[in-house]
Design a binder for this molecule. Structure first.
Ligand code: BES
Ligand code: ZN
Length: 613
């Protein structure tokens, strides 16, 4: 009796453990069957805004009893499905597309009469696919050629591929893509810069990756090499400027290899997207996708490249198993990014970047719920896009900086390097990391950091008292100068602004008091032309301050800014601020009417919601 109870109890515990680690954002029955290789044969149709063709899914069965395969889809039009038996014969398979869930999309259940080796799914994507943006020639810089690109993370891959859309499952992939022959197609797989531009492109990605890292883009793309291993794909208008801006990429790879071990992906190229790209960057393997808003002319925003490159270790090599574990991807990556910046550009700049991130996090923590400030976040069934914040990034980074400070660089660097080696090409959850940390660092050096302390960083809200506080001498000086000027003790013209970097400007603007007068704002603007700054981050910081302090002179430039770029981090805070006053809201709605057609579906979704309320 007792032993039966114990057995039952331990079974219950097991299923709870399996549950807590399972991905609630997929319909896939990946405990029973996994996709090991994906082959796509798709035609890019710019007139209809569709990808049309078929996907072959190579399957690995983990159980005997099951024959059904559940996949993720969203707004896919499924035409017919075939299943291949062990003798190599194809049979038509029954399937059912369940009702659409607003967050998860539609579960696709395929019911062959046997356990198939392979599936072939004929389908097409919808023009409004959440993971694709289609730009008409008029919406591109060159005005002659259309453009299309994907953005799969977190759960948008299912809007153009019927797939097990969970980061817990990894697969190799190949693709044959048909397109008009005036566009070049590139993917997150080795690309051949010298490929014939004939509208028939083939790709093979041998490394197993999760579905969120499969990516495609097509447009009037040209290639320029930056080094033997690195290069840029971009539309002609920005090709040379990009190659120049990101010339430090090779040095970044070299630095990261030195710190954390071999770069495992062969080439590393950058793809510069149109300004509507909704993120700063996306770490698609072999080919990071990059916003043109970081092509600043002075290399001031290249930490973004360090960030996307760092994901080649944290994220693409060692992957979060579920979106609750996003901090394993983004916290590690923010930490590694900053180590790369220190290595390549020196400590002063690295500390300035830490300080700017920490300030932004502190501002965000004021408005986030306590639960959303936990690294191992409870997403509570929300759309993962809606729960996005600086917490997994900067709190995650601070946790790792804390460990580095406590154990010293030697020991901590060795630990991180071994972590990347031990979990290479694996997907892991937070609990697995905690155990690994305990066994390989905490217990190796007892009395430095306890398991309880480590766990409180991961499972408790807010920032612990032991949070590292980056100290930048340069920023302290900026602060001195700013308060002298604000107090009327110095003239603007005697501030040493000629030697200020973009970071110092950002710190200066971000820390001006909201009580600053319109005259003082105008004085700054007259001296430094902040309203017309061509640096996207400086302009953003200035417009936000102008809106908060009622400095109206920025409005025409602000409109221009909101219409010409679609990077969410830069536009959403501005719309949010505008929406706090009736006049602002009216202005925002008018501008958005012009801007909306050029925005990505993800940006449209966010701004729609903001301005409707
Ligand atoms: N992987 C992220 C972008 C992302 C995260 C997309 C979660 C969808 C869901 C990318 O690496 C990233 O973090 N980009 C940042 C870069 C910045 C922190 C340097 C961005 O886009 O701003
Ligand atoms: Zn990232």
């Amino acid at each position: 009796m007792l032993s039966r109870f114990v057995l039952l109890f331990s079974l219950l515990l097991c299923s709870l453990a399996a549950n807590s680690a399972s991905d609630s954002y997929t319909y896939a029955n990946y405990q029973q069957v996994t996709v090991t290789h994906l082959h796509l044969d798709l035609t890019v149709n710019f007139e209809q805004k569709t990808l049309t063709g078929f996907a072959d899914l190579q399957l690995n069965w983990l159980t005997d009893g099951e024959k059904n395969i559940h996949l993720d889809t969203r707004d896919l039009d499924i035409d017919r499905i075939y299943a291949k038996d062990s003798a190599g014969n194809w049979h038509k398979a029954a399937f059912q597309l369940a009702q659409r869930d607003p967050v998860l999309g539609s579960k696709l259940t395929i019911s062959p009469a046997f356990q198939p080796q392979k599936l072939r799914i004929h389908y097409n994507s919808a023009p409004e696919a959440s993971g694709l943006q289609w730009l008409s020639p008029e919406q591109t810089a060159g005005k002659t050629t259309p453009f299309m690109f994907s953005q799969n993370q977190a759960i948008h891959g299912r809007s153009w591929i019927p797939i097990q859309d969970t980061p817990a499952v990894r697969m190799s992939y190949s693709a044959r893509i048909h397109s008009p022959d005036n566009v070049l197609v590139v993917m997150s797989a080795p690309n051949d810069p010298a490929t014939a531009r004939d509208g028939d492109y083939q790709f093979y990605m041998p490394q197993p990756i999760p579905a969120y890292l499969i990516a495609i883009a097509a447009g009037d793309l040209q290639f320029k090499a930056m080094s033997e291993q690195t290069g840029v794909y971009a539309e002609p208008y920005i090709l040379d400027a990009s190659a120049e801006e990101f010339a430090s990429t090779q040095a970044m790879i070299d630095a990261t290899e030195q710190l954390y071990g071999e770069y495992r992906w062969g080439r590393y190229d950058l793809l510069i997207l149109p300004p509507s790209f909704p993120f700063g960057g996306m770490e698609n393997p072999v080919l990071s996708f990059i916003t043109p808003t970081v092509v600043a002319g002075d290399g001031s925003l290249v930490n973004l490249i360090a960030h996307e490159l760092a994901h080649s270790w944290s994220g693409n090599l060692v992957t979060n198993a579920t979106w609750r574990d996003l901090w394993l991807n983004e916290g590690f990556t923010s930490y590694v990014e900053n180590r790369i910046m220190e290595q390549v550009f020196g400590k002063d700049r690295a500390v300035m970047e830490q300080s700017l991130s920490v300030q932004a996090l502190q501002d965000e923590l004021k408005v986030l719920s306590a639960n959303d400030s936990i690294l191992h976040i409870d997403l509570q069934g929300r759309d993962p896009d809606d729960a996005f914040s600086g917490v997994p990034y900067t709190k995650g980074q601070l946790f790792l900086m804390y460990l580095e400070q406590q154990f010293g660089r030697d020991k901590f660097d060795r630990f991180v390097r071994q972590y990347f080696a031990d979990f290479a090409f694996k997907s892991i959850d937070t609990e697995t990391f905690v155990n690994y940390l305990d066994n390989n660092l905490l217990q190796q050096h007892p009395g430095v950091v306890s398991l309880e302390q480590a766990k409180s960083w991961i499972y408790q809200p807010g920032l612990p008292a032991s949070t590292p506080a980056p100290q930048s001498d340069a920023f302290n000086q900026v602060e001195q100068h700013a308060s002298n000027w604000l107090a009327g003790n110095t003239e603007l013209s005697s501030l040493p602004t000629a030697s200020w970097t973009v970071h110092e400007w950002l710190y200066f603007i971000n820390n001006l008091p909201l009580s600053i007068s319109t005259e003082q704002m105008a004085a700054l603007d007259n001296s430094f032309s902040l309203t017309t700054s061509s640096n996207s981050e400086i302009a953003h910081a200035w417009y936000l301050l102008a809106l908060k302090t009622g400095y109206q002179q920025v409005m025409p430039q602000l409109e221009q800014y909101l219409v010409s770029i679609g990077r969410r981090k830069l536009i959403i805070p501005l719309y949010k601020q505008l929406a706090t006053t009736p006049e602002g809201l009216t202005f925002a709605r008018a501008v958005y009417q012009k801007a909306r057609p050029g925005y990505h579906p993800l940006a449209q979704g966010s701004v729609d919601e903001l301005l409707e309320k």
